[in-house]
Design a protein. Structure first.
Ligand SMILES: NC(=O)C1=CN([C@@H]2O[C@H](COP(=O)(O)OP(=O)(O)OC[C@H]3O[C@@H](n4cnc5c(N)ncnc54)[C@H](O)[C@@H]3O)[C@@H](O)[C@H]2O)C=CC1
Ligand SMILES: O=C(CO)COP(=O)(O)O
Length: 329
């Protein structure tokens, strides 16, 4: 796999393009905004989404999606709630058998579907759909700082080919067949990161944050298993790994949004002040609906959803979580 297409010129699409260049691949990025295409091609930067980083001059950006589909594999890096629409646009022109790799982290609000389920509804049936997830702040990956990720793909041969295509010494993919576990870990950790930010913003202490994240991981694992995922996936890079990262760093958009909420800022004001996508805000309600459908108890996600979407006040919501009955671990 020599030529890789990247659908999405936001922070993550741009960082992935840079890491693909480090892996020696030819890269074509499709960006929606003409200004992003122009900045990447002419000035080798993406000041709108990933400022202050010099990009490899050989990253080619395009406003024409077909250019990015003329590839041996295509990374899908649009925000989760837009991924289906983007794929519907691309589907008629998708080349036969070229694998798609989902890099978005979220659950579709309208359908409650995971990204690979939604994408498989619109892309041609012969397209293998893989998932890339794990602890990866774009701002660190683009600079070549080391990390490791999960590459989930049903077919082991295809998965290993993708690992070889995207892997470098500082971007180390580990293959698994468990797309469900990888996706649920990546999507729900965003909701947990908001909760963790709230704990920090309200100065509830380090103990509270550790307890919240441990119980949060239990919630995520229950949902993944109920949906058909493997519990061990949630102990890996796309579960525990990404939860540790996102739920403890102000670099995270989800954690920083929670932190600001915890300090008492209104959600609308926080969102009005940022252009970047904060996936947990959209995923919270979808997780709660999915958990209800599968009969899974997810009290932390439900609390975040209540605060974000149903006008619940923080203090009584926290008190209600603390008042839950004691039970076996
Ligand atoms: N930034 C990061 O560190 C990481 C992000 N991700 C995931 O990658 C996905 C994309 O995130 P970022 O690149 O960070 O987003 P971003 O906030 O940097 O950029 C937003 C992107 O969404 C596109 N967009 C906005 N409205 C759209 C629409 N209606 N249809 C299609 N595209 C639209 C914009 O053109 C832009 O490319 C998210 O699901 C995120 O969770 C995953 C790992 C790391
Ligand atoms: O997914 C991410 C890191 O792995 C990025 O997290 P945020 O979207 O919260 O910044």
């Amino acid at each position: 796999m020599q030529r890789i297409g990247v659908i999405g010129g936001g922070a993550w699409g741009t960082a992935l393009a840079q890491t693909l260049r480090r892996a020696g691949r030819d890269v074509v990025v499709w960006a929606r905004e003409p200004a992003v295409v122009e900045a990447i091609n002419r000035r080798h930067e993406n000041p709108d989404y990933l400022p202050g980083v010099a990009l490899d001059p050989k990253i080619h950006a395009t406003a024409e999606p077909t250019d990015a589909l003329a590839a041996d594999a295509v990374l899908l890096v649009a925000p989760a709630q837009h991924l289906r629409g983007v794929c519907a646009l691309l589907a008629p022109r998708w080349p036969t058998g070229v694998p798609a790799v989902i890099c978005a982290k979220g659950i579709e609000q309208d359908s409650g579907l995971l990204m690979h389920e939604a994408v498989e509804e619109v892309l041609p049936a012969d397209v293998p759909v893989a998932v890339l997830s794990g602890p990866t702040f774009a701002a660190e990956v683009v600079r070549g700082l080391p990390t490791a990720v999960t590459l989930a793909c049903d077919d082991e041969w295809q998965g290993r080919a993708l690992v070889e295509a995207i892997g470098t010494a500082t971007f180390r993919p580990y293959w698994t067949a468990d797309r469900i576990g990888a996706e649920i870990g990546g999507a729900v950790k965003n909701v947990m990161a908001i909760a963790s930010g709230i704990v920090e913003g309200r100065r509830l202490g380090d103990n509270a944050r550790a307890a919240l994240l441990t119980r949060g991981l239990a919630e995520i694992s229950r949902l993944a298993v109920a949906k058909g995922g493997r519990p061990e996936t949630l102990m890996g890079l796309s579960g525990l790994g990404d939860l540790m990262l996102t739920a403890s760093s102000l670099q995270s958009r989800n954690y920083s949004l929670g932190f600001a909420l915890g300090e008492g800022k209104p959600l609308a004001d926080i969102l009005a002040g940022r252009k970047a996508v904060t996936e947990g805000v959209h995923t919270a309600s979808a997780v709660v609906a999915l958990a209800q459908r599968l009969g899974v108890d997810m009290p932390i996600c439900a609390a975040v959803d209540a605060v974000l979407n149903h006008g619940a006040a923080l203090e009584p919501t926290i008190q209600a979580l603390l008042a839950r009955p004691f039970k076996a671990e």
